[in-house]
Design a protein around this ligand. Structure first.
Ligand code: ARG
Length: 485
C-alpha cells in the first residue's frame, strides 16, 4: 500500500530524465569539457553542496587570496593577475555580505560559485587562480580554517559558562545538600562543591578543544588533487599567512582524511554528555518531589492543557540535543570508514554534521550560561533531604576511628546504630547519648559535632573536598585557570 502511494507521488525516473532532457542546457560547468551531454537535473541537485557550504565563503576567499599571493610571489602568475584577483575578491566579499551575491546550483559548490564570479568580474586573471590547486585541497583547507575559528568561539563560550558556574558556586558555597550515590542519599556536600564538579568537566572540554585545534590547524593546500603539483609552490608562505601552525605532510592524507572533524565532533559530544548530565540533575531538582531549586520563568514553559505546570523545557531540550550531536559523530565516523585513498565525493557529506554540531553546541552553551545564573537553590529542602538518609553515618564511623576503634568495627557499630535510628524514625543525631553508647562505649558527648551536616562538610577540608573553605579556594584557582588560556 505504502509503496503504491509513494509511486503515485514521486516522479518516475523516465519523467525526471525527460524533464532533464527538455530543460535548457545547463550553464557550462568548470569541468564540462570532458562531457558529451549536460548533467541530469536530479544529479545536479543531488551532487551540489552550495546550499550548505556557502557558509565557507569567507574562509574560501581568504584561502584563495593567500594562494594567489603565493603564486605571484613565486612568479607562477603575474603581479597584475594578483591585483585583479584581489580587486575581484574584494567586490565578491561585499556582494556576499550584502546578500547580493547570486548563488547558483549550476556551479555546484561554494568554490566554483566564487571562482566563476571572479572570472566574470576580472576575466583571465580569475581563470589563473586555480593554478597548482584542486578543490580537494581547497575544501580541506576551508573546513580546517572555519573549524579552527569556531573552536576558538566555542572555547570562549565554555569560559563564559564556567565563569557563571564559579559565580553561582561562590554565592552558594556553604549551602548543604545531600550528595548521592545510586540516587540514594550518601553524604552531605555543599551546593557550591556540586556546581564545581561541572566546572571541572567543562574545563576538560575546553582543554580537549585546545588539543584538537592543534591537529585542525595544519595546512592541506599544496596537496592539489592528491599528488601535489608540478609548480614551484611555497606552502610555508601560505601556512604563515593563514595562521596554520604546520603543513599536512602527505598530499594523499591531506586531501582525504577528515579525522580532525571526527575528533572535534567527539569533543563536542563530550560537552553534550556533560550538559546532558547537568540538565538531568536540574530537571530532577526542579521536580516538586525534590524542589531543591527553582528556575526563573523565562526558562520554563507551561502546558497547553494542565494550567498548573511549569516545565523545565530548556534543560530537557539540551538533554535531547545530545542525541543529535552523537548522531553527527556516528555519521562522520561511518562516512570515513572504508574510504580508499585519496579524495572521494563521500567527503562532501562531512559538512552538514559538522556545521550542525557547531550550531547545536554553541546554542546549548549560550542558553546554559544564562540558566546557571538563574538557578535559585531552596536550602531548607536540600537540608531536609540530607537529614533523611543518615548522611552522616560515615562521619560517625570516622569519629569512632579517632577514638581508637578499627574502621571495619566502626562500620559495623554505625550500621547497627542506623538500624536503631531507622526503627525509631529519627536521624543519627536524634539518638540520645545513652542510646548511642549502647552501641559503643567509645562514644562521648562530643559526637554531636560530627553528626551535624555542617560539621560533616567542614571536616572534609582538603584539596578536592566539599568543605566551604575548599570551595572558596577552588573558585579562586578556577578563575586563574580561566584567565590563563
Ligand atoms: N564540494 C566538494 C566537497 O565538499 C569539493 C571538492 C570536490 N572535489 C571533487 N573532486 N569533486 O568535498
Amino acid at each position: 500500500m505504502a509503496s503504491r502511494q509513494s509511486k503515485r507521488q514521486a516522479p518516475s525516473r523516465e519523467r525526471v530524465a525527460k524533464r532533464a532532457a527538455s530543460s535548457p542546457p545547463t550553464a557550462v560547468k568548470a569541468w564540462s569539457g570532458r562531457f558529451a551531454e549536460p548533467v541530469d537535473a536530479l544529479v545536479k541537485r543531488f551532487t551540489a553542496s552550495v546550499s550548505f557550504d556557502r557558509r565557507l565563503a569567507e574562509v574560501d576567499i581568504r584561502a584563495s587570496l593567500a594562494h594567489a599571493r603565493m603564486l605571484a610571489a613565486q612568479a607562477i602568475i603575474a603581479k597584475s593577475d594578483l591585483a585583479s584577483i584581489e580587486r575581484g575578491m574584494a567586490a565578491i566579499s561585499k556582494e556576499i555580505e550584502s546578500g547580493k551575491f547570486s548563488w547558483s546550483l549550476d556551479d555546484e559548490d561554494v568554490h566554483l560559485n566564487i571562482e566563476k564570479r571572479l572570472t566574470a568580474l576580472v576575466g583571465d586573471a580569475g581563470k589563473r587562480l586555480h593554478t597548482g590547486r584542486s578543490r580537494n585541497d581547497q575544501v580541506a583547507t576551508d573546513v580546517r580554517l572555519y573549524l579552527r575559528e569556531e573552536i576558538d568561539a566555542l572555547r570562549a563560550a565554555l569560559s563564559r559558562l564556567e565563569g557563571a558556574l564559579l559565580d553561582a558556586a561562590k554565592e552558594h558555597a556553604s549551602i548543604v545538600m545531600p550528595g548521592f550515590t545510586h540516587m540514594q542519599v550518601a553524604q552531605p556536600v555543599t551546593f557550591g562543591h556540586h556546581l564545581l564538579a561541572y566546572f571541572e568537566m567543562f574545563e576538560r572540554d575546553r582543554e580537549r578543544l585546545a588539543d584538537c585545534r592543534r591537529r585542525v590547524n595544519r595546512l592541506p593546500l599544496g596537496a592539489a588533487a592528491l599528488a601535489g603539483t608540478t609548480f614551484p609552490i611555497d606552502r610555508e608562505r601560505v601556512a604563515k599567512e593563514l595562521g596554520f601552525e604546520s603543513l599536512c605532510e602527505n598530499s594523499l592524507d591531506a586531501v582525504s582524511d577528515r579525522d580532525f572533524a571526527i575528533e572535534f565532533t567527539a569533543a563536542a559530544s563530550l560537552i553534550l554528555v556533560h550538559l546532558s548530565r547537568f540538565s538531568e540533575e536540574l530537571i530532577v531538582w526542579m521536580s516538586p518531589r525534590y524542589k531543591f531549586i527553582t528556575l526563573p520563568d523565562r526558562f520554563c514553559t507551561g502546558s497547553s492543557i494542565m494550567p498548573q505546570k511549569k516545565n523545565p523545557d530548556v534543560p530537557e531540550l539540551v538533554r535531547g540535543k545530545a542525541g543529535r550531536v552523537f548522531g553527527n559523530l556516528v555519521a562522520l565516523l561511518t562516512l570515513m570508514k572504508a574510504q580508499p585513498l585519496a579524495y572521494n565525493k563521500d567527503n562532501q557529506e562531512d559538512k552538514e554534521p559538522l556545521f550542525d554540531t557547531l550550531d547545536t553546541v554553541k546554542d546549548c552553551l549560550a542558553v546554559f550560561t544564562d540558566l546557571v545564573a538563574g538557578i535559585r537553590p531552596v536550602p531548607e529542602r536540600m537540608r531536609a533531604a540530607a537529614l533523611e538518609g543518615f548522611a552522616t553515618a560515615t562521619d560517625l564511623a570516622d569519629y569512632l576511628v579517632g577514638k581508637g576503634v578499627a574502621f571495619r568495627d566502626a562500620h559495623e557499630i554505625v550500621a547497627r546504630a542506623v538500624r536503631d535510628a531507622e526503627a525509631k524514625g529519627c536521624d543519627l543525631s536524634g539518638l540520645s547519648l545513652v542510646e548511642l553508647r549502647a552501641f559503643s562505649k567509645a562514644i562521648g558527648p562530643d559526637v554531636y559535632d560530627w553528626l551535624t551536616l555542617e560539621g560533616s562538610v567542614s571536616r572534609r577540608n582538603h584539596a578536592g573536598g566539599t568543605a566551604p573553605a575548599q570551595v572558596l579556594r577552588a573558585i579562586i584557582q578556577g578563575r586563574k585557570r580561566l584567565a590563563r588560556s
